[in-house]
Design a binder for this molecule. Structure first.
Ligand SMILES: [Zn+2]
Length: 534
């Protein structure tokens, strides 16, 4: 039972508020911060109505946010087999056989995150192999990064993509080979998700909420719907996970700021977002491809101003024409919506910022527009972007995994340009705001690790202070979706979203930040995670 009052005592409470920076005790009532450091009797105890928690000196921070999460996919990855690290086709087939044992036969069985480069066979599972283990159940398994998938005959029958669609590979007899990539895969994936039941969707959402609570997360900025501009040709195609998420928000124990990224027809998309009562659009909509990920079939490259070092024949791919993105941004801004889009390379950065500048020229204001990733910002645009109030939604784990002189960025673009990637300190120094995220399921949801990566950037000149990094996962996210009046700091009257940590990220040695554990998470005054230690 949820007691209506919770009292936290003996804490080291970092409020991130200007009013009172540090406190020892907190009273939470009806889901909100009710009092900070009130006079309390020495021997205060729990009662039927009141839960008293002795923090034993632990650090308390505002509940954290992850500002870039593919929430539906994270949830589906939790309730269906995750093949990350699988080392053979046999592993996949065994995993599917096990999962099929208690799976309803007529429902699609999904699988996620395999990487055939790690398989000893160095190839994808075939349609025949999947048919053989399936027992008639439709099976759809996605590669890590979701650029390629494999499926069996039953699943293909449900998806109904014409074989002429976007170069679907076929064998010598015109037979289906059982794998697709790129645009065909995005379209197929959207249809596969539409074939799920709301029950399955809810299982996925609730699994994802429980998962993020373990990491101290109380707010998610969810990137939902299709995200390639080359998406289904039918203007009335709807991503059904979005209405399900909206209708059931109250049954999911984490705040969700939904970024609707479905792009079929700009006018219709704007109207649809308004009809849903949502206030933002774009999200992770691709304006270009990727920089750090392994390139393979269906993977598009980031759009750069100069050619790639590992393939000088290309400067990467812009997915929108200038006039298209300008129209999309303008229609959104005209309708009062907040806008963001995925832009990794400097050429995509410049294109997106140009579209923002043009929209603001037509109708001045500050819509708190964001840019997702901004991995290699165009330096001639950086200050102008900041002056327009553009917020940088970045995923520090990418620097950890792909940055540095030996990393994947350096292989793609050479050491000089790699040194310009994920420029956290440069953005802050110019007066910009960064909001932190993971891009889960690409990187794990783990804001403490994100803070660690900002403070320990590969290049010393781009490292931030731990306070700046902490704000990137607490206050700034709230600001970036117009929720700073009710979240992001520990202040009286704000939502009681708290994370209780095993150590203080502001005082621990920078190299040890990642070793801090979340020991308890409180969302709207309710305990959503508690470790054994507390
Ligand atoms: Zn993205």
């Amino acid at each position: 039972m949820l007691k209506n009052e919770m009292i936290l005592i003996n804490g080291d409470i970092l409020t991130l508020s200007k009013k009172k920076e540090r406190a020892k005790s907190l009273v939470v009532k009806n889901g909100k911060i009710h009092e900070i450091d009130p006079p309390l009797p020495q021997d205060i105890r729990s009662t039927d109505q009141r839960e008293v928690i002795d923090l034993g000196g632990r650090t308390v921070i505002p509940g954290m946010a992850d500002c870039h999460v593919h929430f539906t996919h994270v949830g589906l990855g939790l309730i269906f087999p995750d093949f990350r690290g699988a080392s053979s086709v046999g592993d996949i087939l065994d995993g599917l056989s096990t999962a099929l044992k208690d799976h309803p036969r007529d429902q699609m069985l999904l699988g996620w995150n395999f990487d055939e480069n790690l398989f000893k066979e160095r190839r994808l599972p075939s349609i025949e192999e999947l048919d053989r283990v399936s027992g008639g159940t439709p099976i759809w398994v996605n590669r890590i990064g979701m650029n390629t998938s494999v499926f069996n005959t039953r699943a293909w029958e449900r998806v109904h993509l014409p074989l002429t669609f976007a170069s679907i590979p076929t064998g010598p007899l015109g037979n289906l080979l059982g794998s697709i990539s790129g645009d065909a895969n995005w379209v197929a994936l959207a249809r596969v998700l539409n074939a799920l039941t709301d029950d399955v969707r809810m299982q996925a959402f609730q699994a994802a909420a429980a998962h993020v609570a373990m990491k101290g997360v109380t707010s998610i900025h969810a990137m939902e719907g299709c995200f390639s501009p080359n998406m289904p040709d039918q203007p009335d195609f709807a991503c059904l996970e979005i209405p399900c998420l909206i209708q059931n928000k109250d049954r999911i124990d984490v705040d969700l700021a939904i970024w609707y990224q479905h792009i079929v027809d700009y006018e219709k998309d704007v109207a649809r977002v308004k009809a849903f009562g949502l206030s933002r659009i774009g999200g992770d909509a691709f304006t270009d491809g990727v920089l750090g990920a392994a390139f393979g079939p269906g993977v598009l490259r980031a759009a750069l101003s100069e050619p790639f070092t590992d393939d000088p024949s290309t400067r990467g791919d812009l997915l929108f024409k200038d006039e298209e993105i300008e129209k999309f941004v303008w229609l959104s801004w005209q309708a009062g919506l907040q806008f963001s889009a995925h832009a990794v390379g400097d050429r995509a950065f410049a294109q997106l910022m140009t579209s923002y500048e043009k929209a603001y020229q037509k109708r001045p204001g500050n819509g708190r527009f964001r840019i997702e990733h901004a991995t290699l910002p165009d330096r001639s645009w950086l200050k102008k972007a900041i002056d327009m109030g553009v917020i940088f939604s970045m995923q520090p784990a990418f620097d950890y995994y792909s940055g540095g002189p030996e990393g994947r960025y350096a292989k793609r673009v050479g050491p000089e340009r790699a040194r310009l990637t994920n420029p956290f300190q440069e953005i802050l120094h110019a007066g910009g705001m960064i909001v932190g995220g993971s891009d889960a399921p690409v990187n794990p949801i783990d804001p403490i690790f994100g803070i660690h990566c900002m403070v320990n950037h590969h290049y010393p000149e781009q490292r931030t202070s731990s306070l700046e990094a902490l704000k990137a996962f607490t206050f700034n996210p709230a600001y970036s979706v117009f929720e700073d009046d009710r979240k992001g700091t520990i202040d009286i009257g704000k939502q009681a979203d708290l994370a209780i940590l095993s150590g203080n990220p502001l005082t621990v040695a920078p190299s040890r930040i990642k070793d801090i554990h979340v020991e308890m998470t409180i969302y709207k005054g309710k305990t959503t995670f508690k470790s054994l230690h507390i």
